[in-house]
Design a protein around this ligand. Structure first.
Ligand code: ADP
Ligand code: SF4
Length: 700
């Protein structure tokens, strides 16, 4: 039996005084919800527990006003008034039979204390980690004593809030214990600086004191980044990383090990294509400690998980992103439903939402972050209403998701796609250098639809209005996508760019379709400034083209700062010899080449090139929808439902298209007034009763 093969993953494991029911461990991860949206946080974590994660952690939890991460929405436990919000989460996790873990954090110079205006603290005088007009001050002995006391008190409050596992956190360059451990941030001359024993001292004290405070009932975990992935310029697993584990070996009840900084720990598939990429760094840990070890590295393959446990590399399968993409991953493995796992694609859209301080979202899992406010469940959807049949036109991410969810609801689903294979932009973008894993978005949905007797997919079936009418299906969802503009209109120019007819002009759609520049060099003009311009530059360079990337932005692909990729992209392009022209608008192209104008001075330069790729804006493909709507409005046809979804409705990320397709399926046959009223629940600031007098939230 397939499920027996993985039975080792479902053995209970003891962690100090508590026992996890299996080996699936959701390590701490941020959500953009935290103390600002505690009900949403609790509901989301509860879904993970329901899906079989034996340990469900929260995220970094500020223990004191001098660790104020505003405007980021992390967890907060400054004093007892923060306990009830966290207890929501622990109760919800316990109700589903899992253990709740809390990552206590003092963020040192990573916290700029914008809300509290408290001084920032660090082992040594040092600038704020974020670009902010502020420096952290070196902690004196009294500060260190106070900090230890704050940590101890926070542990006490954590237990009161119902947590079973309490973390000491030294990772991601984001916490004081880590700042003390690293020579780059600790140049102290006292017993907390200098030798490794001295730099470890604070961590040791924190672990000991946390154990003393709550260790009889709670496990004390230590989260530690064993390697900074900076070679000899940083802490290395083979040297000081290992020495730290040796020094503290059996002191914590659990080792949660990873690499730092966050961009290394949460590396995207674009730069770390292999799942399990952290294993070479962390595999020594279990040889040094007798305590259980958890590690991550985008672990989505059950066979890899099995092998990691069998080879004695880990005791727990750690996951943040795989648990976001599929909160029911453990349950699916346990029930032998491996093919149903929604694998993380390593795109870091989840990370971007935290960086933007909005509730978490996920490309693969459109219900992520919507558990409380919209009541969405990743595995459950309301059964169908009175209608029987639905036609979805376009099998991109929006069409595929909509079709899959409608089929789950029980409708007879017909999915028509003009292309040879399903996937739309996901399929084509996955063909670009570094984005192969993105195909999983299509694979998951296509597989699901193939299993359903009530779903039919037709490829090479480009429909026009006549063909739709002929099919005689009264409910039509149009997911025909969007195409990149060929005229250069975009953020920086609302007028077409003046390009000589002899210059070859290509769009991203052309490159995605396999058309390449006839002569070089090729000038990619990225006025989109999200990710695609940079990907195309790498892709064409990989194919051997001489590439120039020009953008009005001051860095390449600026939006990818949110996905922790920007500096990697720029580094990769520089190393590849791609000529970068930042802060430049493309104003024209002629025989001599592309004409660039400095966004600040308007000083012009002409760069020799043989082709121009315009990455500016997209045009929604609505011709079919418009035609059907006009006929329906005129009473010539009688469609019960006609809905435009995905990029054809609002061009955005793949995550947005999936979400939009999902929402359309959920809202199908729902009274639009009710759907509108239920748009989503909000977590409101509670005002004193007298200020709310006379307000009825239902009618106001
Ligand atoms: P989205 O991101 O909204 O899902 P995509 O651009 O990825 O949009 O996908 C749109 C899909 O719709 C493409 O695969 C395209 O081939 C298909 N398509 C566009 N027009 C038609 C049509 N008239 N009939 C069938 N399929 C269509
Ligand atoms: Fe994985 Fe992307 Fe979802 Fe994050 S958003 S969990 S990286 S699929």
């Amino acid at each position: 039996m397939l499920k027996d093969k993985y039975s080792i993953l479902f053995e209970p494991v003891k962690i100090g005084p508590v026992t996890a029911r299996n080996r699936f461990y959701q390590v701490p991860h941020c959500t953009g919800m935290g103390h600002v949206r505690p009900q949403a946080e609790a509901a989301m974590r509860a879904i993970k527990a329901e899906g079989g994660w034996a340990v469900v952690s929260n995220q970094e939890t500020e223990i004191h006003p001098s660790s104020d991460m505003s405007p980021y929405a992390e967890s907060r436990l400054w004093d007892a008034r923060d306990i009830p919000a966290l207890r929501l989460m622990t109760n919800a996790i316990h109700a589903k039979g899992s253990l709740a873990a809390i990552e206590l954090a003092h963020n040192g110079n990573h916290a700029t204390n914008l809300y509290t205006r408290a001084p920032s603290l660090a082992p040594s005088d040092i600038a704020a980690d974020y670009i902010a007009p502020k420096q952290a001050r070196a902690m004196d002995k009294a500060d260190i004593r106070e900090f230890r006391c704050w940590h101890r008190m926070a542990a006490r409050r954590a237990r009161e809030a119902g947590f079973d596992i309490v973390y000491v956190y030294a990772g991601h360059h984001m916490s004081l214990p880590h700042h003390f451990l690293l020579p780059s941030t600790n140049d102290r001359m006292d017993e907390y600086g200098g030798s490794l024993e001295n730099r470890v001292r604070l961590t040791r004290e924190l672990i000991e004191e946390t154990k003393e405070e709550v260790g009889d009932t709670c496990a004390v975990a230590f989260r530690f980044a064993v390697d900074e992935m900076a070679g000899a310029d940083g802490m290395q697993a083979a040297e000081e990383g290992r020495a730290v584990v040796e020094l503290l070996a059996d002191l914590p009840d659990l080792w949660d090990v990873n690499v730092s900084d966050w961009s290394n720990d949460s590396a995207t598939t674009r730069f770390q294509p292999e799942d399990g990429y952290q294993t070479p760094y962390i595999e020594f840990v279990k040889q040094v400690t007798k305590k259980p070890v958890v590690a991550v590295g985008r672990l989505t393959s059950p066979d890899m998980m099995l092998s990691m446990v069998k080879r004695g590399i880990v005791d727990f399968i750690g996951a943040a992103r795989p648990s976001i993409a599929d909160p029911f991953l453990p349950q699916k493995i346990q029930e032998g439903r491996i093919d149903e796992i929604r694998e993380c694609i390593g795109c870091n859209i989840c990370v971007a939402s935290d960086n933007l301080s909005v509730p978490i979202r996920c490309t693969q899992n459109p219900t992520m972050g919507e558990e409380w406010r919209r009541g969405w469940h990743p595995e459950k959807i309301e059964p169908k209403g009175r209608q029987e049949d639905a036609l979805i036109i376009g099998a991109g991410p929006a069409g595929l998701e909509c079709a899959m969810q409608l089929a789950k609801r029980g409708y007879n689903v017909t999915l028509a796609e003009a292309g040879k294979a399903p996937g739309g932009r996901v399929l084509s973008e996955a063909g670009l250098y570094g984005l192969r894993a993105w195909k999983r978005v299509a694979d998951h949905r296509v597989y699901d639809l193939q299993q359903r007797a009530n779903a039919r997919m037709f490829m090479q079936s480009g429909l026009d209005a006549e063909a739709v009418i002929e099919l005689n299906i009264p409910n039509v969802f149009v997911a025909t996508g969007a195409r990149w503009r060929r005229d250069g209109v975009g953020r920086s120019s609302r007028q077409p760019i003046d390009i000589d007819k002899d210059m070859q002009v290509l769009t991203p759609d052309d490159i995605l379709a396999g058309i390449v520049p006839a002569t070089g060099p090729v000038l990619i003009y990225d006025d989109d400034q999200i990710y695609l311009g940079g990907v195309l530059a790498e892709h064409l360079n990989e194919l051997g083209h001489d590439v120039i990337l020009a953008t009005p932005a001051s860095v390449v692909s600026p939006w990818t700062e949110h996905t922790l990729e920007q500096s990697r992209i720029q580094k990769s392009l520089i190393n590849r010899g791609v000529l970068l022209k930042t802060s430049q608008k493309l104003t024209g192209a002629n025989k001599a080449g592309g004409v660039l104008s400095c966004v600040f001075t308007e000083q012009e330069q002409t760069l020799n090139c043989g082709a121009v790729v315009l990455v500016t804006e997209r045009i929604r493909q609505t011709a079919l929808y418009d035609d059907l709507k006009a006929r329906n409005d005129a009473g010539k046809i009688n469609l019960t439902t006609l809905k435009l979804i995905g990029d054809a409705a609002t061009p955005g990320l793949i995550a947005d298209a999936v979400f939009n397709g999902h929402m359309a399926a959920r809202h199908f046959e729902k009274d639009p007034m009710i759907a509108d009223q239920e748009f989503f629940r909000r977590e409101m600031v509670e005002l004193p009763a007298e200020d709310m007098a006379g307000m009825n939230p239902k009618t106001a």
